[in-house]
Design a protein around this ligand. Structure first.
Ligand SMILES: [Zn+2]
Ligand SMILES: [Zn+2]
Length: 244
């Protein structure tokens, strides 16, 4: 089941609750088309994909392709607990969030305010919160990967759109940052709704033989569009080879 057409809010965060986020999804007609996809594809954000790239594999330690939801900047806000003065706050731990009596509004009242994600996930300075940035290939204003320094949960891959990435050759008027939130960090109640089945598998050419074989053969994945990198489709011959 895809995301509902009406406006809704999805939440998630790290295991210890130092990092929590909200995705405020507007009703369907107000969701932007995916700037990197041809308009004919009709793909709107948020969209869900898997990524077979080496950077996702290494940073998450996942042997299979990593699932992410792609969120544009205007929809995402983040609350991070500071490493020093506020570190006694207990809010958003994963078992608490999964408890039947969990009250999100009450839990959020105790914690720092939710601020625009672009102010959090752009690695412009050393973070004073528990959010940490991987220092592997790139970590900066335009491109970053982040995790929680207190519990180790992977949180987000972030990049700034540039014209070359966009199908129209032009970045959207009102926003530029895209956030790939690891699907395992989305709160369980939303995963249980079945809203986050991937629509695309990207960077397929970089997958391991095992991850590509699983994607080509598993019932839930074999019909999902597979891209060599981000645009050209994997050939039928290659997929047939993986299935034989
Ligand atoms: Zn944490
Ligand atoms: Zn990747």
């Amino acid at each position: 089941m895809p995301l509902p057409n009406h406006a809704t809010t999805v939440t998630g965060g790290c295991s210890c609750g130092a990092i929590r986020y909200r995705i405020a999804i507007p009703e369907l007609e107000d969701r932007p088309f995916h700037p990197m996809a041809p308009p004919a594809a009709g793909s709107r954000l948020p969209d869900t994909m898997t990524c077979h790239c080496n950077d996702c594999r290494r940073s998450t330690g996942s042997f299979l392709a990593v699932g992410v939801v792609e969120v544009p900047a205007p929809m995402l806000s983040v609350s991070t607990i500071a490493q020093d003065s506020e570190s006694t706050i207990v809010s958003g731990r994963f078992l608490d969030v999964m408890a039947s009596h969990y009250d999100a509004a009450e839990a959020d009242a105790e914690r720092p305010p939710y601020i625009p994600a672009a102010d959090v996930f752009r690695a412009t300075a050393e973070s004073r919160s528990w959010l940490r940035f991987y220092h592997t290939t790139k970590a900066g204003e335009d491109w970053s990967r982040s995790f929680c320094g207190r519990c180790g949960s992977h949180v987000c891959f972030h990049f700034k759109l540039v014209p070359e990435y966009c199908h129209s050759g032009k970045v959207p008027d009102n926003w530029q940052d895209v956030f790939h939130l690891y699907l395992g960090g989305i709160d369980r109640e939303f995963l249980d709704k079945g809203w986050f089945a991937p629509s695309t598998e990207a960077m397929f050419k970089y997958g391991t033989p095992f991850s590509r074989c699983v994607s080509a053969t598993a019932d839930c994945l074999k019909h999902v569009t597979k891209l060599k990198e981000f645009d050209e489709q994997v050939t039928k011959e290659e997929l047939a080879g993986l299935r034989s």
